[in-house]
Design a protein around this ligand. Structure first.
Ligand code: 8X3
Length: 266
């Protein structure tokens, strides 16, 4: 089972034989933080993102630091056929964790003014790619009695001004997480929905299309969550006994009491 069974030595390596944790959106933010935490925990990784350069750098960093194998795949999740090709190429891998994390907000304006292409991209990634990844992961997770973590948001609980479709996509993630729990009951697969509030990542830079000043202001005047806070929560859910399913975690900065109730120092 173990490639490194150093019996008799001081260090008995805890080895997760050759199973992998698959993470989408792994090149930055919450996905990257989950990759780091899981590698530190001794997990082998399959990392998915559009930027292969960032993934290659992360692979080198994690393989140098920990005794893990990191496979990286450049996938544009907007292309469903690319997701299908990915799963074909990893069909022989035993995947026991899926962090279905990739998602984005694009724009923040009234429904009347919203750019259709922004809506479309959010629907492509947050809904269609999210669903296809979850669906194609099921045979793997059945084999391994694995665990899928879906990344939703406080935005899936409450609509807010300018949030419209982003909020809708995250409500969708919440609903599909529950549906997965129901459809997969009896398989041993665990399903966890993690809903973060304001996390200081590249999220707002993407939303505001590189307008760093607006993006920075989102996190000013209070202490936002860090991506590592969400990775910690994921690790907690994953590390519960197989008989325990943490179904839903809403994780907020202390200064944020709802999607819009944010206490900022002036
Ligand atoms: C990110 C949280 O409140 O900026 O999902 O939409 S929020």
């Amino acid at each position: 089972m173990s490639a490194l069974l150093n019996v008799g030595s001081v260090k008995l390596h805890r080895f997760h034989y050759m199973t992998y944790a698959l993470i989408t959106g792994a090149s930055s933010g919450i996905g990257e933080a989950c990759a780091k935490s899981l590698a530190k925990d001794g997990r082998n990784l399959i990392l998915i993102a559009r930027s292969i350069e960032k993934l290659d750098t992360l692979k080198r960093e994690l393989e140098d630091a920990y005794e893990v194998s990191v496979l990286v795949y450049q996938v544009d999740l907007a292309e469903i056929t690319d997701i299908e090709a990915l799963f074909t190429s990893i069909a022989d891998k035993d995947i026991d964790i899926v962090i279905n994390n990739a998602g984005l907000a694009l724009g923040k304006s009234s429904i009347e003014d919203y750019a259709w292409e922004d809506y479309n991209q959010m629907i492509e990634i947050n809904i269609k790619a999210f669903t296809r990844v979850a669906q194609l992961a099921i045979p793997h997770l059945k084999r391994t009695q694995g665990h899928i973590i879906n990344m939703s948001s406080v935005a899936g609980l409450e609509a807010y001004e300018g949030g419209s479709v982003y909020c809708g996509t995250k409500a969708y993630v919440k609903m599909i997480s529950k549906a997965l729990r129901i459809d997969l009951a009896g398989t041993g697969i665990r399903v966890t929905d993690i809903a973060p509030g304001a996390v200081e990542t590249n999220f707002s830079n993407v939303r505001f299309k590189g307008d760093a000043d607006i993006a920075k202001k989102v996190y000013e005047g209070f202490t936002p969550l860090q991506a590592s806070d969400i990775a910690d929560a994921a690790l907690f859910a994953l590390s519960r006994p197989a008989s325990v399913n943490i179904e839903y975690m809403l994780i907020m900065p202390t200064a944020q009491a709802s999607a819009t109730r944010l206490v900022k120092e002036s």
